[in-house]
Design a binder for this molecule. Structure first.
Ligand SMILES: O=C(O)c1ccccc1NCC(=O)[C@H](O)[C@H](O)COP(=O)(O)O
Length: 214
């Protein structure tokens, strides 16, 4: 049994959710960002979350969402974790955690070493940190762009909370990314898609197997 944790982000269909759960994904991400090609409606999200409950942690991904929007998702979808992928300040993360009564994962955009500094502020308030690649110039999406950064930046990072490596991973590069970064958790979206926003069950299975080394 591998200790490597795997999150598959941006699932939007029942067959790919099933593939992620059967493959042993530890977390499954549902996207609540309307501009994203992986965006799901509340009713789709409820169905997908019901499939996952008790099998994997359900992660609701939002970007600078207002409290009413978060509460609505929380009441209907009942996620385990809110992934905050915008410019939410540490105080906002703390408030969301208390108000929603869920765990919080804060995304920290990374392009160079200096970007890791802000992680220390979130380390105090979040349950998880997710080090994702900074979006390329002009991108409409703060994540899910399929780009990566220097994985060695995460080596020997001294944080209290668990963290994930994210950005540009796929079944072919994830082992090397784990080796270079020393992480114990990885996240993927584009690398398990056959086209932008369309997840592929075989690619999901291959990614989870490669990440977990099975
Ligand atoms: O995936 C999106 O469309 C997205 C949109 C807005 C904010 C965040 C988004 N994705 C966040 C994730 O957790 C992705 O899994 C992460 O950025 C890695 O994506 P990729 O490089 O495509 O594997």
């Amino acid at each position: 049994m591998s200790d490597m944790k795997v999150k598959i982000c941006g699932l939007s269909t029942e067959d790919t959710m099933e593939a992620a759960l059967d493959a042993g994904a530890d977390m499954v991400g549902l996207m609540f960002f309307p501009k994203s090609p992986r965006h799901v409606t509340l009713s789709q999200a409820c169905r997908l979350a019901d499939m996952a409950r008790g099998k994997a942690e359900i992660v609701a991904l939002t970007v600078n969402m207002d409290p009413d929007g978060l509460s609505r998702i929380n009441e209907l979808v009942k996620p385990d974790i809110f992934q905050l992928h915008g410019t939410e300040a540490p105080e906002a993360c703390a408030a969301i955690k208390v108000m929603q009564g869920t765990k919080v994962m804060k995304a920290v955009p990374v392009a160079e070493k200096a970007d890791l500094e802000q992680a220390h502020y979130y380390d105090i308030v979040a349950d998880w940190l997710l080090f994702d690649a900074k979006p390329p110039p002009g991108s409409e999406l703060p994540g899910g762009n399929g780009v990566s950064y220097d994985w060695t930046l995460l080596k020997d990072l001294d944080l209290q909370k668990p963290f994930m490596l994210s950005g540009g991973l796929d079944a072919d590069n994830v082992r090397e990314a784990i080796r270079q970064s020393g992480v114990t958790a990885v996240d993927v979206s584009s690398g398990v898609e056959r086209e932008k926003g369309v997840k592929d069950a075989d690619l999901i299975r291959a990614f989870v197997a490669a990440a977990k080394g099975v």
